[in-house]
Write a protein that binds this ligand. Structure first.
Ligand SMILES: [Zn+2]
Length: 405
């Protein structure tokens, strides 16, 4: 029997008394009308029974009445069931919120113990190395890095709100924060550029590996080569609309040699692939001539597929921020002192990453601060809304571990 739902004038009066009243059910004959409240199924069931019986006597055959009754009963049960379901859903939701809060709490604890704690331990080791190198101010500053963390926590999320970071170039804690910041900034800029139809290439530019003694000069070769490529090369200028580039220096623990190289994300217009395309071999020639090399350098260039994991991977690659602490905080104290000195000579006074062209334009439009000298506390894209209730959780570094205070 077909059923339709409409408001019953009589039952509208009921609605005044019982706001939970929601609908009436009309039988296929257009006559049998029974309204159902979601708040009082038992009363409705009684009304249904009476009405069905009366109608059954006057109008309908027994079979039809049973059919109607059963349909109405199903409908009422379904309404009641849905009321039940929504109550259950509310309960579940509130349990879920409790669970979310518990999860959030445990995720906060996890973040402090698995992310901050190891970085803090590495930073203390770096402070010892600075002490060994008689760089007392640096040692003092790095030793004090991240001794205080204050989180603001809502029901849904947690955010680091205040912390004391030292911003030293080699500090493992600060470099981790910088890499998060770079990741966030580059992702946001690329999202904007993608909306403007730009496409991206991922370019790695290298020169030959070098010893610690030559590291600073070799990094200078890379930087000079990049400047020439970006500012003076007509082919590059015609084809590339903007770049984000970062320097990375790694150390091969077996050979002891250093490997400085540049990671670059290039923004191109969609017609780049049919107009102004630069082949891998041509990139090699360009880079060789810009760096004045007497050998063909290893370069790698590949297209990043839009919205792909490759995009995230490429951004992660450029976000590593220059150096890995494990490359210089390894071995004896004398070894570490040598590595730290070499890395400092290579990085000090140099701009390790930069935005150019359309990358720079969008970065400015988004009012993103400097990735190197800027804020290392609020490194994620969105901040907590001030009007949300929050609780404050503080951690202090005491006796070799973070203690909740
Ligand atoms: Zn630091």
């Amino acid at each position: 029997m077909p059923l339709s739902e409409e408001k019953n004038p009589l039952m509208r009066q009921h609605e005044g008394a019982s706001p939970a009243l929601v609908s009436s059910v009309v039988g296929g004959d257009g006559d049998l009308r029974v309204s159902i409240t979601t708040s009082n199924f038992i009363m409705v069931e009684g009304i249904l029974q009476d009405e069905v019986t009366a109608k059954m006597e006057s109008k309908l055959h027994l079979e039809s009445a049973v059919g109607i009754e059963s349909t109405l009963r199903d409908e009422a049960a379904s309404k009641f069931g849905s009321k039940l379901r929504s109550e259950v859903a509310l309960d579940l939701e509130s349990n879920f919120q409790d669970e979310t809060a518990v999860n959030l709490e445990s995720r906060l604890q996890d973040e402090v113990s698995t992310k901050f704690q190891p970085k803090k331990e590495m930073s203390l080791l770096l402070a010892d190395v600075y002490h060994e190198l008689d760089m007392m101010n640096r040692a003092f500053r790095v030793a004090g890095c991240g001794t205080f963390l204050e989180y603001h926590v809502t029901e849904q999320e947690k955010k680091l709100h205040t912390a004391n970071f030292c911003k030293d170039r080699l500090c493992p804690m600060c470099n981790w924060r910088r890499s998060l910041k770079i990741f966030g900034q580059v992702s946001r800029v690329m999202n904007e550029l993608e909306k403007q139809d730009y496409q991206f290439l991922f370019l790695t530019l290298t020169v030959k590996n070098c010893s610690a003694v030559d590291l600073s000069d070799t990094v200078q070769v890379l930087f000079d080569g990049w400047r020439k490529l970006y500012h003076k090369n007509g082919i590059f200028k015609r084809s590339i609309a903007g770049t984000f580039r970062s320097l990375e220096v790694t150390r091969n623990s077996k050979t002891g040699f250093f490997h400085p190289h540049l990671h670059v994300i290039l923004a191109v217009r969609p017609d780049y692939f049919c107009k102004g395309f630069i082949s891998q071999a041509e990139w090699g020639r360009l880079w060789r001539s810009c760096c004045n090399l007497d050998y063909t350098p290893v370069i790698d260039v590949r297209k990043i597929k839009p919205g792909s994991n490759g995009l995230t991977g490429a951004v992660a690659e450029v976000s590593k921020y220059a150096v890995k602490a494990t490359d210089f905080l390894k071995g004896s104290m004398d070894d570490m002192a040598d590595y730290v000195s070499a890395f400092l000579s290579a990085l000090t006074g140099r701009r390790l990453c930069s935005f150019t062209g359309c990358f720079d334009k969008v970065r400015k439009q988004l009012a993103l601060d400097d990735v190197e000298s800027g804020d290392l506390v609020h490194v994620e894209a969105d901040e907590l809304r001030a009007d949300l209730a929050y609780m404050v959780v503080r951690y202090c570094w005491r006796s070799g571990m973070y203690v909740r205070g």
